[in-house]
Design a protein around this ligand. Structure first.
Ligand SMILES: [Fe+2]
Length: 202
């Protein structure tokens, strides 16, 4: 094994072990999420561990690449490197689980929405934009399970960002997608995300 491989393994394991042990013992809250964000930022501060050579950006025909870096047993947290070409905005959505995004390269434009306090789950959804953040290298964003956002790559570079979720994509069954114009939320099963498992770290 190379030194780089060893460093990547140690660094990714440290994040996953911290997240696993804290989520096993404690309920999720913003303070805990901020600690996970700090851990992911530390990982994103070592971009040489996630180089273009080891994790190639998508081709024009692929548009996006989702590399699984690490996953836990029992539908626990999962870590990905996701690279997206300029594509246009994603649907407005939550994740039904926590989500942390930390930038390696490129710029991911995040628009964050607040929903009326009287509303929850599918059905009537009154949203307004409450924040916008552009995540570049070593920037991070932490979302609680019901936090709502959409992402957009408005730049010419591909985004290359680390994404840590409370559960893997295939288990994110509690997601909501929002239709701003219609004022509605609906429960969705996300289309099967093509996940590349060939470069999994641990
Ligand atoms: Fe998202």
């Amino acid at each position: 094994m190379t030194e780089l491989h060893d460093r990547r393994l140690t660094a990714v394991r440290a994040v996953m072990e911290q997240v696993a042990s804290e989520t096993a013992l404690h309920a999720l809250n913003r303070d805990r999420l901020d600690r996970f964000k700090s851990a992911l930022l530390e990982l994103a501060g070592q971009p040489e561990l996630f180089s273009e050579g080891d994790y190639p950006s998508p081709t024009k025909s692929q548009v996006a690449k989702t590399y699984l870096l690490a996953e836990s047993a029992n539908q626990g947290p999962a870590l990905y490197l996701i690279s997206i070409l300029p594509l246009g905005p994603s649907p407005i959505h939550d994740h039904g689980t926590f989500a942390i995004i930390a930038g390696l390269e490129g710029y991911e434009h995040n628009t964050l929405y607040a929903r009326s306090n009287s509303e929850t789950g599918p059905g009537k959804a009154t949203l307004h934009i409450c924040d916008e953040q552009i995540l570049g290298p070593c920037d991070a964003l932490a979302l609680m399970p019901q936090d709502i956002h959409h992402i957009d790559n408005q730049h010419t570079l591909p985004t290359r960002h680390l994404h840590l979720y409370g559960t893997a994509f295939e288990h994110q069954t509690g997601r909501l997608e929002f239709d701003l114009a219609a004022g509605l939320a609906k429960r969705i099963t996300i289309p099967k995300v093509p996940v590349d498992r060939s470069r999994q770290v641990t």
